[in-house]
Design a protein around this ligand. Structure first.
Ligand code: GLA
Length: 360
Protein backbone atom coordinates (compact mmCIF):
# COMPACT_ATOMS: atom_id res chain seq x y z
CA UNK A 1 0.00 0.00 0.00
CA UNK A 2 1.29 3.46 -0.71
CA UNK A 3 0.51 6.68 1.09
CA UNK A 4 -2.38 7.46 -1.22
CA UNK A 5 -4.21 4.64 0.45
CA UNK A 6 -2.89 4.90 4.00
CA UNK A 7 -3.13 8.63 4.55
CA UNK A 8 -6.26 10.66 4.38
CA UNK A 9 -5.04 14.07 3.33
CA UNK A 10 -5.86 14.28 -0.33
CA UNK A 11 -3.56 15.82 -2.90
CA UNK A 12 -4.93 19.23 -3.82
CA UNK A 13 -4.94 20.16 -7.48
CA UNK A 14 -5.62 23.74 -8.49
CA UNK A 15 -6.06 24.93 -12.06
CA UNK A 16 -5.30 28.30 -13.59
CA UNK A 17 -4.32 29.75 -16.95
CA UNK A 18 -0.58 29.77 -17.67
CA UNK A 19 -0.81 31.70 -20.94
CA UNK A 20 -1.94 31.73 -24.55
CA UNK A 21 0.12 30.31 -27.38
CA UNK A 22 1.11 32.35 -30.44
CA UNK A 23 -1.72 30.50 -32.21
CA UNK A 24 -4.23 31.66 -29.61
CA UNK A 25 -4.62 28.40 -27.69
CA UNK A 26 -5.15 28.68 -23.95
CA UNK A 27 -2.58 26.80 -21.90
CA UNK A 28 -3.68 25.63 -18.48
CA UNK A 29 -1.52 25.05 -15.43
CA UNK A 30 -2.22 22.53 -12.70
CA UNK A 31 -0.62 22.86 -9.28
CA UNK A 32 -0.55 19.67 -7.26
CA UNK A 33 0.26 19.91 -3.54
CA UNK A 34 0.80 17.13 -1.05
CA UNK A 35 0.92 17.22 2.74
CA UNK A 36 4.72 17.03 2.91
CA UNK A 37 5.70 20.26 1.23
CA UNK A 38 5.86 19.15 -2.39
CA UNK A 39 4.25 21.22 -5.10
CA UNK A 40 4.33 20.25 -8.77
CA UNK A 41 3.19 22.61 -11.52
CA UNK A 42 2.38 21.13 -14.90
CA UNK A 43 1.14 22.93 -18.00
CA UNK A 44 -0.81 21.57 -20.94
CA UNK A 45 1.80 22.92 -23.39
CA UNK A 46 4.26 20.06 -23.81
CA UNK A 47 3.05 18.49 -20.56
CA UNK A 48 5.87 20.55 -19.09
CA UNK A 49 6.71 20.46 -15.39
CA UNK A 50 7.35 24.18 -14.98
CA UNK A 51 8.17 24.00 -11.30
CA UNK A 52 8.76 21.27 -8.72
CA UNK A 53 9.05 22.43 -5.14
CA UNK A 54 10.64 19.99 -2.73
CA UNK A 55 11.63 20.47 0.94
CA UNK A 56 15.30 20.66 1.92
CA UNK A 57 16.76 19.34 5.19
CA UNK A 58 15.36 22.39 7.02
CA UNK A 59 11.92 21.70 5.59
CA UNK A 60 12.10 24.68 3.25
CA UNK A 61 10.47 23.92 -0.11
CA UNK A 62 12.34 25.23 -3.14
CA UNK A 63 12.05 24.78 -6.86
CA UNK A 64 14.44 22.08 -8.14
CA UNK A 65 13.69 22.03 -11.88
CA UNK A 66 14.83 24.39 -14.61
CA UNK A 67 12.17 26.12 -16.67
CA UNK A 68 10.50 29.46 -17.29
CA UNK A 69 7.77 31.55 -15.74
CA UNK A 70 6.40 32.59 -19.13
CA UNK A 71 4.83 30.53 -21.90
CA UNK A 72 6.39 32.85 -24.47
CA UNK A 73 9.86 31.83 -23.23
CA UNK A 74 8.99 28.16 -23.79
CA UNK A 75 7.71 29.00 -27.28
CA UNK A 76 10.79 31.08 -28.09
CA UNK A 77 13.54 28.63 -27.21
CA UNK A 78 13.88 25.71 -24.83
CA UNK A 79 16.23 22.75 -24.62
CA UNK A 80 13.18 20.62 -23.70
CA UNK A 81 12.99 22.00 -20.13
CA UNK A 82 10.63 19.77 -18.14
CA UNK A 83 8.80 18.50 -21.21
CA UNK A 84 7.22 15.26 -22.31
CA UNK A 85 9.20 13.87 -25.21
CA UNK A 86 7.68 11.91 -28.09
CA UNK A 87 7.11 10.20 -30.27
CA UNK A 88 10.72 9.10 -30.00
CA UNK A 89 12.96 10.32 -27.20
CA UNK A 90 16.64 10.59 -28.16
CA UNK A 91 18.16 10.21 -31.62
CA UNK A 92 17.32 8.28 -34.75
CA UNK A 93 20.24 8.19 -37.19
CA UNK A 94 19.56 10.45 -40.18
CA UNK A 95 15.88 10.26 -39.25
CA UNK A 96 15.55 7.03 -41.21
CA UNK A 97 13.97 3.76 -40.18
CA UNK A 98 11.86 1.10 -41.79
CA UNK A 99 8.99 -1.09 -40.67
CA UNK A 100 8.21 -4.26 -42.63
CA UNK A 101 10.32 -3.00 -45.51
CA UNK A 102 8.57 0.37 -45.73
CA UNK A 103 10.95 3.28 -45.27
CA UNK A 104 10.17 6.35 -43.26
CA UNK A 105 12.11 9.60 -43.15
CA UNK A 106 11.83 11.93 -40.19
CA UNK A 107 13.17 15.44 -40.19
CA UNK A 108 16.80 15.97 -39.24
CA UNK A 109 16.57 18.51 -36.40
CA UNK A 110 19.89 17.70 -34.69
CA UNK A 111 22.69 17.86 -37.23
CA UNK A 112 22.08 14.90 -39.53
CA UNK A 113 19.81 13.16 -37.00
CA UNK A 114 16.27 13.21 -35.73
CA UNK A 115 16.02 14.14 -32.04
CA UNK A 116 13.19 14.03 -29.48
CA UNK A 117 10.26 13.66 -31.86
CA UNK A 118 11.12 16.33 -34.39
CA UNK A 119 10.47 19.99 -35.05
CA UNK A 120 7.11 19.96 -33.30
CA UNK A 121 7.30 17.01 -30.95
CA UNK A 122 5.16 16.21 -27.93
CA UNK A 123 7.06 18.91 -26.05
CA UNK A 124 5.46 21.63 -28.21
CA UNK A 125 1.86 20.49 -28.59
CA UNK A 126 -1.04 21.38 -26.31
CA UNK A 127 -2.40 18.35 -24.45
CA UNK A 128 -5.95 17.83 -23.15
CA UNK A 129 -6.10 17.62 -19.37
CA UNK A 130 -8.30 15.85 -16.89
CA UNK A 131 -7.89 16.07 -13.13
CA UNK A 132 -8.23 12.74 -11.33
CA UNK A 133 -8.89 14.06 -7.84
CA UNK A 134 -9.52 10.71 -6.18
CA UNK A 135 -6.00 9.53 -6.95
CA UNK A 136 -4.16 12.86 -6.86
CA UNK A 137 -3.32 12.75 -10.53
CA UNK A 138 -3.42 14.74 -13.73
CA UNK A 139 -4.14 12.92 -16.97
CA UNK A 140 -2.88 14.45 -20.21
CA UNK A 141 -3.95 13.13 -23.61
CA UNK A 142 -2.82 13.82 -27.13
CA UNK A 143 -3.71 12.32 -30.47
CA UNK A 144 -0.79 12.46 -32.86
CA UNK A 145 -2.15 12.05 -36.35
CA UNK A 146 -0.90 9.54 -38.89
CA UNK A 147 2.39 10.84 -40.40
CA UNK A 148 2.66 13.74 -37.94
CA UNK A 149 6.38 14.63 -37.94
CA UNK A 150 6.76 11.69 -40.34
CA UNK A 151 5.72 8.91 -37.95
CA UNK A 152 3.17 6.34 -39.14
CA UNK A 153 -0.13 5.64 -37.36
CA UNK A 154 -2.63 7.65 -35.40
CA UNK A 155 -1.00 7.48 -31.99
CA UNK A 156 -3.22 8.11 -29.01
CA UNK A 157 -1.07 8.93 -25.98
CA UNK A 158 -1.97 9.38 -22.34
CA UNK A 159 0.38 10.51 -19.63
CA UNK A 160 -0.68 10.42 -16.00
CA UNK A 161 1.28 12.46 -13.49
CA UNK A 162 0.54 11.30 -9.93
CA UNK A 163 1.80 12.97 -6.77
CA UNK A 164 1.76 11.03 -3.51
CA UNK A 165 2.13 12.07 0.09
CA UNK A 166 5.42 10.22 0.37
CA UNK A 167 6.96 12.69 -2.09
CA UNK A 168 6.85 10.56 -5.20
CA UNK A 169 5.99 11.99 -8.58
CA UNK A 170 5.01 9.15 -10.85
CA UNK A 171 4.78 9.44 -14.63
CA UNK A 172 2.76 6.73 -16.35
CA UNK A 173 2.65 6.62 -20.14
CA UNK A 174 0.29 4.68 -22.39
CA UNK A 175 -0.14 4.73 -26.15
CA UNK A 176 -2.02 2.88 -28.84
CA UNK A 177 -1.76 3.03 -32.63
CA UNK A 178 -3.76 2.00 -35.68
CA UNK A 179 -0.64 1.31 -37.78
CA UNK A 180 2.66 -0.32 -36.87
CA UNK A 181 4.88 2.45 -35.56
CA UNK A 182 7.71 3.26 -33.15
CA UNK A 183 7.35 4.85 -29.70
CA UNK A 184 9.83 5.89 -27.02
CA UNK A 185 8.43 8.41 -24.55
CA UNK A 186 10.28 10.19 -21.78
CA UNK A 187 10.28 13.17 -19.43
CA UNK A 188 12.97 15.81 -19.88
CA UNK A 189 13.16 17.60 -16.52
CA UNK A 190 16.44 19.29 -15.69
CA UNK A 191 17.14 19.01 -11.98
CA UNK A 192 19.23 21.21 -9.76
CA UNK A 193 18.57 19.87 -6.28
CA UNK A 194 20.40 22.77 -4.63
CA UNK A 195 17.40 24.97 -5.39
CA UNK A 196 19.84 27.62 -6.63
CA UNK A 197 19.91 27.76 -10.42
CA UNK A 198 23.12 29.78 -10.49
CA UNK A 199 25.04 26.77 -9.11
CA UNK A 200 26.50 24.12 -11.42
CA UNK A 201 25.29 20.59 -10.71
CA UNK A 202 28.81 19.12 -10.57
CA UNK A 203 28.68 18.52 -6.78
CA UNK A 204 25.56 16.36 -6.97
CA UNK A 205 26.44 12.80 -5.99
CA UNK A 206 24.99 10.44 -8.56
CA UNK A 207 24.60 6.70 -8.79
CA UNK A 208 23.39 4.75 -11.83
CA UNK A 209 22.33 1.11 -11.57
CA UNK A 210 24.11 -0.01 -14.72
CA UNK A 211 27.08 -2.23 -15.55
CA UNK A 212 27.09 -1.09 -19.15
CA UNK A 213 26.55 2.07 -21.17
CA UNK A 214 26.02 2.78 -24.86
CA UNK A 215 29.02 4.36 -26.58
CA UNK A 216 28.19 6.79 -29.38
CA UNK A 217 29.85 7.96 -32.58
CA UNK A 218 30.73 11.59 -33.35
CA UNK A 219 27.05 12.32 -34.10
CA UNK A 220 25.93 10.81 -30.77
CA UNK A 221 24.46 7.75 -32.51
CA UNK A 222 25.13 4.41 -30.77
CA UNK A 223 27.95 2.44 -32.32
CA UNK A 224 25.82 -0.63 -31.59
CA UNK A 225 28.14 -2.08 -28.98
CA UNK A 226 27.47 -1.98 -25.26
CA UNK A 227 30.48 -1.21 -23.11
CA UNK A 228 31.28 -2.15 -19.51
CA UNK A 229 31.38 0.91 -17.28
CA UNK A 230 34.19 -0.63 -15.22
CA UNK A 231 37.34 1.51 -15.33
CA UNK A 232 35.64 4.30 -17.25
CA UNK A 233 34.19 7.67 -16.15
CA UNK A 234 30.81 6.08 -16.86
CA UNK A 235 30.99 3.92 -13.74
CA UNK A 236 28.38 5.32 -11.34
CA UNK A 237 27.70 2.02 -9.60
CA UNK A 238 29.20 3.58 -6.48
CA UNK A 239 27.85 7.09 -5.92
CA UNK A 240 30.24 9.83 -7.03
CA UNK A 241 30.12 13.52 -7.85
CA UNK A 242 28.94 14.26 -11.39
CA UNK A 243 31.98 16.49 -11.71
CA UNK A 244 34.51 13.94 -10.47
CA UNK A 245 35.55 12.69 -13.90
CA UNK A 246 33.46 14.77 -16.30
CA UNK A 247 36.43 16.72 -17.61
CA UNK A 248 38.97 13.93 -17.98
CA UNK A 249 40.38 12.95 -21.37
CA UNK A 250 37.95 10.38 -22.69
CA UNK A 251 36.69 10.04 -26.23
CA UNK A 252 33.08 9.44 -25.16
CA UNK A 253 33.07 12.47 -22.87
CA UNK A 254 34.51 14.54 -25.70
CA UNK A 255 31.75 13.42 -28.05
CA UNK A 256 29.03 14.15 -25.51
CA UNK A 257 30.73 17.38 -24.37
CA UNK A 258 30.31 15.77 -20.97
CA UNK A 259 27.75 13.13 -20.08
CA UNK A 260 25.05 12.80 -22.73
CA UNK A 261 24.75 9.03 -22.86
CA UNK A 262 22.34 6.21 -22.28
CA UNK A 263 23.12 3.55 -19.67
CA UNK A 264 21.90 -0.04 -19.92
CA UNK A 265 20.07 -0.61 -16.66
CA UNK A 266 20.60 -3.67 -14.49
CA UNK A 267 17.69 -5.73 -13.16
CA UNK A 268 15.71 -5.63 -16.39
CA UNK A 269 13.82 -8.72 -15.24
CA UNK A 270 12.07 -6.56 -12.63
CA UNK A 271 8.93 -4.69 -13.66
CA UNK A 272 10.18 -1.53 -11.91
CA UNK A 273 13.86 -1.14 -11.21
CA UNK A 274 16.02 1.35 -9.36
CA UNK A 275 17.70 3.34 -12.13
CA UNK A 276 19.61 6.21 -10.61
CA UNK A 277 19.88 8.60 -7.70
CA UNK A 278 21.19 12.09 -7.14
CA UNK A 279 22.05 13.64 -3.79
CA UNK A 280 22.83 17.29 -3.15
CA UNK A 281 24.62 17.37 0.22
CA UNK A 282 24.06 21.04 1.13
CA UNK A 283 20.29 20.91 0.81
CA UNK A 284 20.14 17.26 1.85
CA UNK A 285 17.82 16.49 -1.07
CA UNK A 286 17.93 13.01 -2.49
CA UNK A 287 16.23 12.03 -5.74
CA UNK A 288 15.77 8.36 -6.58
CA UNK A 289 14.42 7.31 -9.96
CA UNK A 290 12.65 4.01 -10.57
CA UNK A 291 11.45 2.89 -13.98
CA UNK A 292 10.11 0.12 -16.17
CA UNK A 293 12.40 1.34 -18.98
CA UNK A 294 15.62 -0.49 -19.91
CA UNK A 295 17.76 2.64 -20.27
CA UNK A 296 18.47 6.02 -18.76
CA UNK A 297 20.10 9.02 -20.40
CA UNK A 298 22.18 11.20 -18.11
CA UNK A 299 22.60 14.59 -19.74
CA UNK A 300 24.61 17.13 -17.76
CA UNK A 301 23.41 20.39 -19.31
CA UNK A 302 26.43 20.64 -21.58
CA UNK A 303 24.59 22.89 -24.03
CA UNK A 304 23.41 25.40 -21.44
CA UNK A 305 25.44 28.52 -22.12
CA UNK A 306 23.97 31.36 -20.09
CA UNK A 307 21.71 32.68 -22.85
CA UNK A 308 18.35 31.48 -21.51
CA UNK A 309 16.65 33.37 -18.64
CA UNK A 310 16.18 31.43 -15.41
CA UNK A 311 13.34 31.72 -12.92
CA UNK A 312 15.54 33.44 -10.34
CA UNK A 313 16.50 36.58 -12.28
CA UNK A 314 19.69 35.15 -13.81
CA UNK A 315 20.40 32.86 -16.72
CA UNK A 316 20.95 29.13 -17.09
CA UNK A 317 24.72 28.76 -17.22
CA UNK A 318 26.81 25.78 -18.32
CA UNK A 319 25.91 22.59 -16.46
CA UNK A 320 23.40 24.13 -14.05
CA UNK A 321 20.93 21.29 -14.57
CA UNK A 322 21.03 17.58 -15.30
CA UNK A 323 18.47 15.24 -16.84
CA UNK A 324 17.75 11.62 -16.02
CA UNK A 325 15.66 10.51 -18.99
CA UNK A 326 14.33 6.97 -18.65
CA UNK A 327 13.86 5.47 -22.08
CA UNK A 328 14.58 2.75 -24.62
CA UNK A 329 18.01 2.97 -26.20
CA UNK A 330 18.78 5.64 -28.80
CA UNK A 331 18.35 4.68 -32.45
CA UNK A 332 16.66 1.38 -31.51
CA UNK A 333 14.69 1.27 -34.79
CA UNK A 334 18.03 0.82 -36.60
CA UNK A 335 19.76 -1.42 -34.06
CA UNK A 336 18.66 -5.02 -34.28
CA UNK A 337 20.30 -6.02 -30.99
CA UNK A 338 18.47 -3.36 -28.94
CA UNK A 339 15.07 -3.97 -27.31
CA UNK A 340 12.33 -3.16 -29.80
CA UNK A 341 10.45 0.14 -29.83
CA UNK A 342 7.82 -1.11 -32.29
CA UNK A 343 4.16 -0.70 -31.34
CA UNK A 344 1.53 -2.66 -33.26
CA UNK A 345 -2.20 -2.04 -33.56
CA UNK A 346 -3.98 -3.87 -30.74
CA UNK A 347 -1.01 -3.53 -28.38
CA UNK A 348 -0.71 -0.98 -25.58
CA UNK A 349 2.60 0.80 -25.05
CA UNK A 350 3.00 1.33 -21.36
CA UNK A 351 5.85 2.73 -19.34
CA UNK A 352 6.28 4.04 -15.82
CA UNK A 353 8.87 6.19 -14.05
CA UNK A 354 8.83 7.40 -10.44
CA UNK A 355 10.81 10.30 -9.06
CA UNK A 356 11.11 9.88 -5.30
CA UNK A 357 12.34 12.75 -3.14
CA UNK A 358 13.64 12.49 0.40
CA UNK A 359 16.33 13.90 2.69
CA UNK A 360 19.71 12.29 3.29
C1 GLA B 1 19.03 15.29 -24.80
C2 GLA B 1 20.08 15.06 -25.79
C3 GLA B 1 21.07 16.13 -25.66
C4 GLA B 1 20.44 17.46 -25.81
C5 GLA B 1 19.45 17.65 -24.78
C6 GLA B 1 18.77 18.99 -24.94
O1 GLA B 1 19.47 14.97 -23.54
O2 GLA B 1 20.67 13.80 -25.68
O3 GLA B 1 22.06 15.97 -26.61
O4 GLA B 1 19.82 17.55 -27.03
O5 GLA B 1 18.52 16.61 -24.88
O6 GLA B 1 19.61 19.99 -25.30
Amino acid sequence: MNSKQTKNTPITILEDVFGTTKDGVTVKRFKMNNENGMEVSIITYGGIITSLKVPNKNNVSEDVVLGYDLLSDYEKSTPYFGALIGRYGNRIAKGNFSIDGKEYTLQANDGPNHLHGGVKGFDKVVWSAEVLNDVGALKLSYLSKDMEEGYPGNLHTEVIYTLTNDNVLEVFYQATTDKKTIVNLTQHSYFNLSGDFSKPILDHIVSINANKFIPVDANLIPTGKLKDVANTPFDFREPKKIGQEINIEHEQLKRGLGYDHCWVLNDQNQAMRFTASAHEPNSGRLLEVFSSEPGIQLYTGNFLDGTLPNKQGGTYAYRTGFCLETQHYPDSPNQKEFPSTILKPGEVYSSKTSFKFSIK
